[in-house]
Design a protein around this ligand. Structure first.
Ligand code: PLP
Length: 310
C-alpha cells in the first residue's frame, strides 16, 4: 500500500546541506550550514515529514485506516496530515479550533482537497481536546482512529527527528531549530554526538514553558539528554506576527543568499542565530547548522502579516 510507494515517489533523503557564504558571520567566526529539510517533500515538507513517518507506519501496523488530529485554521500540521494520509491511503479527520468560516481559507481548502474531513470544536472544548472525555466523544462519532496530537509531537515524532543529525556529514558544534511544540528540538538533540549542542528558538511569546515540554517529549521517547537549550527572546511580537524587522531580515537573506525563508518559524530562528553570533554566543571557529524546518507558504509573497498558523 501507499506508505512505501509514497516514500519512493516524493521523499528526498538525506536533505541537502548547504553552506551560507556570509561575511557578517565570518567576521564573528561562525560558519553556517543550512540543513534543507524544506526540500524533503513538496507535499509533506520539513519537520512534518520527520514527525509523521514513524506514526504512519505505526498506524498501518495497528491496522488503523483513519488518522485524526487537531489544529488551528492555518495549521501546517493539518495540511501535512491531510497530504500524508492521502498519499498513504488513510482517511483523515482534522479537528479545527473555533467555528467554521466559509469560504474555507486556502489552508483548509487544501486540506479538504486532500480528502480530509473537517470538524470544528468551540474554543472551550478545544482546550480540553486531549482529555479522554473529548477523545471518547470523537471515537463515538467517528469510530476507531489513530490519534496524532496537535502539532504532531509524540514519542514517535521525537524518534523521527533523532536521525536528522546522522545525515549531517560535516563536523559541527551546534544545530539550531525553531520551536512550536518543541518536539523537533527534543528529537534533534537526542541524535547529537558528545560535545554538540542543540539550540531551539521559541516562535511563541513566553516560550519558557518549552523547557518542560522538550524534557517531557524526551522522557516519553526514552531519550533524555542535557545538550539543548531554548532561546526565548526571538519571537518577534508573537506567534505568526510579522514585524518590519523580520520582513527586512527575510528580504536581505533572500537578496544575499537566494533563499526565501518561511516567516513563522524559520526566519525567526535564523534571525536569532545571526544575533547570537554577533553577541559572541558561538566560540570563534564554530560551525553552526540551522535546520530549515519548512518552506515558505504560497501565501508568503503576499502581505498577510498577523495571520495565525500553528
Ligand atoms: C510545525 C513547524 C515547526 C514546529 O515544530 P515543533 O516540533 O512543533 O517545535 C517548525 N518549523 C516549521 C516550518 C513548522 O511547520
Amino acid at each position: 500500500m501507499g506508505l512505501r510507494g509514497y516514500g519512493h515517489a516524493d521523499v528526498r533523503l538525506p536533505s541537502p546541506l548547504e553552506e551560507v557564504n556570509d561575511e557578517f558571520l565570518r567576521e564573528h567566526g561562525v560558519r553556517l550550514l543550512l540543513k534543507r529539510d524544506d526540500l524533503i517533500s513538496a507535499e509533506v515538507p520539513g519537520n512534518k515529514w520527520r514527525k509523521l513517518h514513524l506514526n504512519l507506519q505505526a498506524a498501518h501496523e495497528q491496522g488503523r485506516s483513519t488518522l485524526l488530529t487537531f489544529g488551528g485554521a492555518y495549521s501546517n500540521h493539518i495540511r501535512a496530515v491531510a497530504a500524508a494520509g492521502r498519499a498513504c491511503g488513510f482517511s483523515t479527520i482534522g479537528v479545527i479550533r473555533g467555528e467554521e468560516h466559509l469560504p474555507l481559507n486556502w489552508s483548509l481548502a487544501y486540506a479538504t482537497e486532500q480528502g480530509m474531513r473537517l470538524e470544528y470544536l468551540d474554543r472551550t472544548t478545544y482546550r480540553a481536546k486531549h482529555t479522554s472525555e473529548v477523545i471518547d466523544g470523537l471515537r463515538g462519532r467517528f469510530g476507531d482512529f489513530y490519534l496524532l496530537p496537535e502539532g504532531g509531537s509524540n514519542a514517535l515524532a521525537v524518534r523521527g527527528c533523532a536521525t536528522i543529525a546522522d545525515e549531517i556529514d560535516e563536523d559541527f558544534d551546534a544545530v539550531c531549530c525553531a520551536c512550536g511544540t518543541g518536539g523537533t528540538l527534543a528529537g534533534l538533540a537526542a541524535g547529537l554526538s558528545a560535545g554538540q549542542e542543540a539550540i531551539g528558538f521559541s516562535v511563541l511569546k513566553g516560550g519558557g514553558f518549552l523547557n518542560g515540554e522538550v524534557r517531557r517529549f524526551q522522557e516519553e521517547a526514552g531519550v533524555v539528554t542535557g545538550n539543548w537549550s531554548i532561546e526565548t527572546g526571538y519571537y518577534f511580537g508573537g506567534f505568526a506576527k510579522y514585524p518590519p524587522e523580520l520582513a527586512a531580515f527575510i528580504r536581505e537573506f533572500q537578496a544575499r543568499h537566494g533563499v526565501l525563508l518561511e516567516r513563522i518559524y524559520v526566519a525567526k530562528m535564523l534571525a536569532g542565530v545571526y544575533d547570537l553570533a554577533a553577541r559572541g554566543r558561538f566560540r570563534r571557529g564554530s560551525t553552526v547548522v540551522a535546520l530549515v524546518t519548512g518552506p515558505p507558504e504560497d501565501m508568503d509573497d503576499q502581505n498577510t502579516g498577523g495571520r495565525a498558523s500553528a
